[in-house]
Design a protein around this ligand. Structure first.
Ligand SMILES: [Zn+2]
Ligand SMILES: [Zn+2]
Length: 275
């Protein structure tokens, strides 16, 4: 079989830890490592992988739920990390195992995988989203942003798969138990996207090429999977006919396949000609 797919598996997303596995034939990378060493080992183990199988960890930003497990991964398994200067410094990464990227400079991981960091606004951090390309197929992983830029829209538009946070339901947050100052911070430009904002962003970037969407980083206090899904679908109902799913804190949740294997295409042809 000639493998032409890229798979994307959430090992878990949420305020208690984030990591997403991207796999092609030639490369395996993690986006974020917000888990303890033991948790990472356990979650990769469920996929029959070990931390030493990973080529690079790409870090979106220095907050503990995204980068808290990065330094320990370097010390324990000599894992190589890709991060911008600010994030690497804040996380105290080992220089010999860290590569610093610049925003909007493509990082070629292997012949079949390239990754583009795109800046996103998020308080007190130098946060980026990542757009991965694999033989012309693109997938975006976007998390922890209070708002978005035209630049982000440009780079994410038409991606085949989009993983994006849908952090909170606006009414739940406002009527919930958090103090006013925290409500303000979460809903501000430097905070997180509400379900409604995520829906409006997706309405700008979904095209007929967009086949799957994962909603991630749902607040356990201020959101519910059914609210996130229905609010987002309200905005993209006319545009999007693909598959939508929710990734919660305890993964690995499910894999998204981008592109198609030759074997799968042949199978589909056979099914069509038989039917
Ligand atoms: Zn986060
Ligand atoms: Zn954050």
């Amino acid at each position: 079989m000639i493998e032409m797919t890229m798979t994307l598996t959430h090992l878990g997303t949420g305020s208690r830890g984030n990591a997403t596995l991207l796999e092609t034939e030639q490369a395996k990378v993690l986006i974020d490592q917000g888990f303890s060493g033991a948790q990472l080992e356990k979650r990769l183990g469920r996929l029959n992988l070990h931390p030493t199988d990973i080529d690079y960890i790409f870090i979106t930003h220095h907050h503990g739920d995204h980068g808290g497990g990065a330094a320990v991964s370097q010390k324990r398994w000599s894992m190589k990390i890709q991060a911008n200067h600010r994030t690497a410094e804040e996380l105290g990464l080992l220089p010999e195992l860290t590569h610093h990227f610049e925003a909007l400079d493509v990082i070629r991981v292997s012949e079949d995988l390239a990754i583009l960091p795109v800046p996103v606004p998020h308080s007190g951090s130098d946060n980026v989203a990542f757009v991965a390309s694999h033989n012309g197929h693109r997938a975006a992983v976007i998390t922890d942003l209070g708002s978005w830029t035209d630049e982000l829209v440009t780079h994410v538009r038409g991606c085949e798969h989009i993983s994006i946070e849908a952090n909170y339901d606006h009414n739940r947050l406002m009527n919930g138990p958090y103090p006013y100052s925290l409500k303000d911070r979460i809903s501000g430009r430097g905070g997180h996207l509400s379900n409604d904002q995520t829906g409006r962003f997706l309405a700008q970037v979904c095209t007929p090429d967009t086949k799957s969407i994962s909603l991630t980083h749902l607040s356990e206090k201020n959101n519910q999977p059914h609210l996130a899904e229905s609010t987002v679908l309200y905005h993209i109902d006319e545009l999007f006919t693909g598959d939508i799913s929710i990734s919660l804190q305890d993964g690995p949740e499910r894999s998204h396949y981008i592109g198609k294997s030759v074997e799968k295409e042949l199978l589909e042809k056979q099914t069509r000609s038989n039917g």
